[in-house]
Design a protein around this ligand. Structure first.
Ligand code: GTP
Ligand code: MG
Length: 234
């Protein structure tokens, strides 16, 4: 089974190059796709300098739909999602995340950044709070099970967790050490960062309520996801 790495990136010129250097030289990754989500910085230019497939969405579509366009263009059945704002991604991270899915030990492997023993225990074993990490590997059918409206923006991770477990797919959490990412407040400035963090938290809270309490997905027919316009550079 081959593996495609997909990076949904919105204005990630500072970190994308480092992420791509590691992914493109990894023997465990057969294809790399960057989906620039209407970026206005050098994200597309940086991606095109590497031997990767670059998809440039003309307008910003939100994280989840950007990921989906990546999936639609992926040649392999194991999908490795990586955020474009991560740094210190290493061969060891790639192996601990990709191999359990490739070797069929689980169907989705979620990489959880190490927060120390106590917080890891509370988060993962006691299930205090959802596991929404963007660095995760899954079989294509896990992604494709998520109804289109739940793929939108920051709903995608909560929805993947929910539909994966409800459908009996095997889900695993792998604690990863020494992996960092740039937070919104550094990327966009304190005020804009906090506003966009607030919007993300609100969206995640509402989708968790919908998925687990109201369960509207059981009764509401789902529309097809919108197909944003894009340019493809191979
Ligand atoms: N903010 C944002 N990110 C997007 C969008 N589309 C794709 N992404 C990418 O999705 C990934 C995660 O987005 P972030 O905004 O960093 O979300 P996060 O990592 O959960 O939040 P932080 O704690 O602020 O880092 C990054 O690689 C972004 O570049 C978008 O429309 N908005
Ligand atoms: Mg981030």
């Amino acid at each position: 089974m081959g593996t495609t790495a997909i990076i949904a990136a919105y204005n990630e010129e500072k970190t994308l190059g480092d992420v791509l250097s590691v992914l493109t030289r990894s023997p465990l990754i057969d294809e790399v796709i960057v989906v620039s989500d209407g970026s206005t910085d050098r994200t597309v230019e940086i991606a095109r300098a590497f031997d990767v497939k670059t998809i440039a969405l003309r307008e910003n579509a939100g994280k989840g739909y950007a990921m989906r366009i990546g999936v639609d263009n992926a040649a392999n059945d194991v999908l490795f999602f990586v955020d474009g704002d991560m740094y210190n991604v290493s061969d060891e991270h790639i192996a601990t995340l990709v191999l359990p899915v490739v070797e069929d030990e689980c169907d989705m492997n979620i990489g959880v950044r190490n927060r120390g023993e106590i917080l890891n225990f509370l988060h993962l074993k006691m299930q205090c709070g959802p596991v929404l990490s963007g660095i995760r590997v899954m079989r294509r059918e896990v992604f494709e099970m998520v109804p289109a409206p739940y793929q939108a923006r920051y709903k995608i991770e909560a929805a993947l967790n929910c539909f994966c477990s409800r459908s009996g797919y095997r889900q695993r959490h792998t604690v990863i050490h020494n992996l960092n990412h740039v937070i919104k407040e550094s990327k966009r400035g304190l005020f804009d960062g906090l506003v966009s963090r607030g919007a993300m938290m609100r969206e995640v809270f509402l989708v968790l309520l919908d998925l687990h309490v109201f369960e509207t997905w059981r009764t509401t027919p789902t529309d097809e996801a919108p197909v944003p316009e894009y340019d493809l550079f191979e």
